[in-house]
Ligand binder design. Structure first.
Ligand code: ZN
Length: 447
């Protein structure tokens, strides 16, 4: 055991103001930097001493020279002494050829310890790269860094996370065909909720905005697993979702439920990730919004004073729409929409211009809803029944994911523009950070 004096604080024993109580940041930073330097150099010196003995005969190898190496840590960059030894005679093919050995080089395998890499990546995923640098410099005795440095750390960690996901996805094995187990698993089937978000592209990119797909995999009794990707730059987009499913206990052949907004690309991603049975559900929220549009126009028609024309059954039909769709009667909903549209067509011809505009709008909204129902026919369910069973029917939670993953970091209000690759990488780290699986995984990877 050794004792080293690191820093000296001079403080009044009896303080007179609140500011004098306890340590202050500048002192703490100095203390941490000194402590880190002292501890690290001591450890490296011990390591060198320990490895000085020849592995062949155990004799101490003579010291040749000492070089210095700089090692970045979370508590400052430390200059370490790296001794080199003359290789023991017994280890040399031809005696006295001057072969040197440097055991410390094997220990200091990188310019940076794993922890600052992880902390920088986490900051880069949470806030802008510039702010991340400011936060680090404000609180820790780190050496001055650049936002480019923070960005490249974040990207490097993202690549590791993505590679780990691809590996996990490749290693998923099929479940044995066991019907009892399958039935039990059915009750706790993972639900994938997907949604898209647009991100502003950097100038010079071929498009103004590009899409990121965000989602969550939920399974009863498990913490949520997030995932996100920019399809055009993800190496294997489906592998990222596959790894998320695997994290939730899914195995090849297990059924999956997917809720999305009717964009056919989203269920396609789920299908390619699972390669097995997928139950598609059209998100109730998006369906309900379209019903709402019809209801609004109808409300406007009913409110016209004096009433311009007999609304016949249309008003009742519109009132029933929501109920029909909620209970899974989408064919009846389509019939009702057919009656409303034919009424609207008549109304356009028969009535005056004020009525005509409204009827045209009703016609447009109904046609829109009908084609939405028809394109997503296979994904319409009895929402009421599912809702009463306590199962999710909406991607509103996936939309929450979009907000926390994309909007909070890549928002247009922040005037941020992204390259698809940069956005994709930050999203990998951000998903891991928000899930709380980041620290553990990243340290393992960097080791
Ligand atoms: Zn020897």
């Amino acid at each position: 055991m050794t004792t080293t004096e690191l820093v000296t604080f001079s403080r009044p024993a009896v303080v007179s103001t609140l500011a004098e109580v306890g340590l202050v940041l500048s002192e703490t930073k100095a203390l941490l930097a000194k402590l880190q330097g002292s501890m690290l150099c001591g450890q490296v010196a011990e390591y060198a001493a320990h490895h000085r003995a020849c592995v062949g005969c155990g004799a101490l190898q003579p010291l040749k020279d000492r070089r210095t190496r700089r090692l970045q840590t979370l508590f400052g960059t430390v200059e370490v002494e790296v001794p080199r030894f003359k290789a023991c005679r017994c280890r040399q093919p031809v005696p006295m050829t001057g072969v040197t050995v440097s055991p410390v080089r094997a220990l200091l395998s990188a310019h940076c310890t794993p922890e600052p890499e992880r902390v920088q990546a986490e900051l880069g995923a949470r806030t802008s790269f510039r702010d991340g640098v400011r936060i680090l410099e404000a609180l820790l005795p780190v050496s001055p860094a650049s936002h480019e440095g923070l960005r490249s750390r974040t990207h490097a960690i993202a690549l590791q996370l993505e590679a780990a996901d691809r590996q996990a996805a490749a290693e998923i094995t099929a479940v044995r065909d066991d019907t009892a187990k399958a039935a039990a698993a059915d009750e706790r089937r993972p639900v994938v909720m997907l949604d898209g978000a647009y991100i502003r592209a950097v100038p010079g990119h071929q498009v103004r905005n590009f899409e990121a797909i965000c989602g969550k995999v939920e399974r009863e009794g498990q913490p949520t697993r997030r995932f996100a990707l920019v399809r055009s730059v993800a190496k294997q987009p489906h592998a990222l979702l596959r790894a998320a499913l695997q994290d939730q206990g899914w195995r090849e052949g297990d059924a999956v439920t997917a809720i999305s907004d009717g964009d056919p690309a989203l269920p396609a991603l789920v299908r390619s990730a699972t390669g097995g049975p997928v139950q598609l559900i059209l998100d109730w929220f998006h369906l309900s919004m379209r019903v709402h549009h019809v209801e609004q126009v109808m409300g406007g028609l009913c409110a016209v004073e004096p009433p311009l024309a007999p609304l016949d059954h249309s008003q009742i039909d519109v009132e029933r729409l929501r109920h029909l769709l909620w209970n899974g009667h989408h064919e009846k909903a389509c019939e009702a929409l057919g009656r409303i549209t034919s009424w609207a067509k008549d109304a356009i011809v028969l009535n005056d211009t004020a009525m005509e505009a409204r009827a045209k709008r009703l016609l447009a909204r109904c046609t829109e809803l009908r084609s939405y129902i028809e394109t997503n026919e296979g994904a319409l369910i009895d929402y009421g029944q599912r809702y009463r069973a306590g199962k999710p029917i909406s991607t509103s939670r996936a939309e929450g994911t979009v907000n926390e993953m994309v909007s909070a970091r890549m928002n247009k209000r922040r005037q941020m523009r992204w390259s698809p690759r940069g956005a994709h990488r930050v999203l990998q780290v951000r998903a891991a950070v928000l899930d709380g699986r980041f620290g553990h995984q990243a340290i393992q990877l960097a080791a």
